[in-house]
Ligand binder design. Structure first.
Ligand SMILES: [Zn+2]
Length: 105
């Protein structure tokens, strides 16, 4: 019984360590807006610094668009569907969006 508990504790500790390690590649939540009409398009979890070139679909936390990659207000297409490393992603079309949030260039 006690051994079981101890084992669980050790597993938890290792799990936690792994979790902490995973946090090293910094994530931050950024907001993506339409540059034409300032409509909020995405809440996106970005990995690492640098300018935004693409959005991985599974990292989009909130999608404010009714249609795929088209601004719901001014109907501007701001991204194109691509596939990178077997993951669906949206490639941002340059100049169609601007970003608010913690992002370093
Ligand atoms: Zn717009």
């Amino acid at each position: 019984m006690f051994f079981n508990f101890y084992l669980k504790l050790v597993i938890c500790k290792f799990y936690y360590m792994g979790f902490k390690k995973g946090q090293k590649g910094k994530f931050f939540i950024i907001d993506i807006y339409c540059s034409n009409c300032q409509q909020h398009l995405y809440k996106y979890q970005k990995e690492g610094p640098g300018s935004l070139v693409k959005c991985y679909c599974n990292r989009i936390k909130k999608d404010f668009c009714q249609q795929d990659m088209v601004c719901p207000i001014c109907n501007t297409q701001f991204a194109r569907k691509i596939r990178i490393h077997n993951r669906d992603a949206n490639k941002i079309i340059k100049g169609k969006v601007f970003i608010k949030g913690h992002i370093k260039k």
